[in-house]
Write a new protein. Sequence first.
Length: 203
Amino acid sequence: MRIRLFTLLIGLGMSASSFAQSPMTKEERAFAIKYMDEATKGVEQTTKGLSAEQLAYKPDANTWSVEECLKHMAISEETIWTGFVTTALQTAPDPSKRAEVQVEDKMLLGMIESRQQKVQTQAPFEPTNKPEDFKTVMKEFKSLRAEHAKWMKNTDDDLRNRYAQTPVGTIDAYQAVLFISGHVKRHTNQMKEVIASPGFPKQ
């Protein structure tokens, strides 16, 4: 996701003038809330009714199980939010830096959600850092998602003119919120790949 994605985005030659130059609109807020909700429900629906054996199943030694995907998402939900959104909001809005944002919202989401390019996660995001059982992690994950969705519904912060540095380059704080849900969708798709694998337990 890092260098190759960033290179692709820059190579597309997106013009900074095509991006929002003002604080978040009502339509943008509504889209973000809906997108966050879809991502959360996707995790719940994908894992609903799975047995302990199914949750723990790994197609091979290098592939995460469904449970490990969830643990990674729970770690990332808190860490990425703090690193991208919270950090961005600690600075004053600065419209003059819009030119540093080189990707539009939909393109960003397409890149983050896509499973075509696999990425090796960093050590702090490894599922082994969260030893709790599946139910406990799911409860924590849903609680974080609900907290962030509530914030998104009520914030008056200028999210378009504050920025975060990410593996795909500079994005604005609004995009950072979308980035996190795109990350959730990405790993929900990874869960579905595991479930669809030939050796996945029938129960």
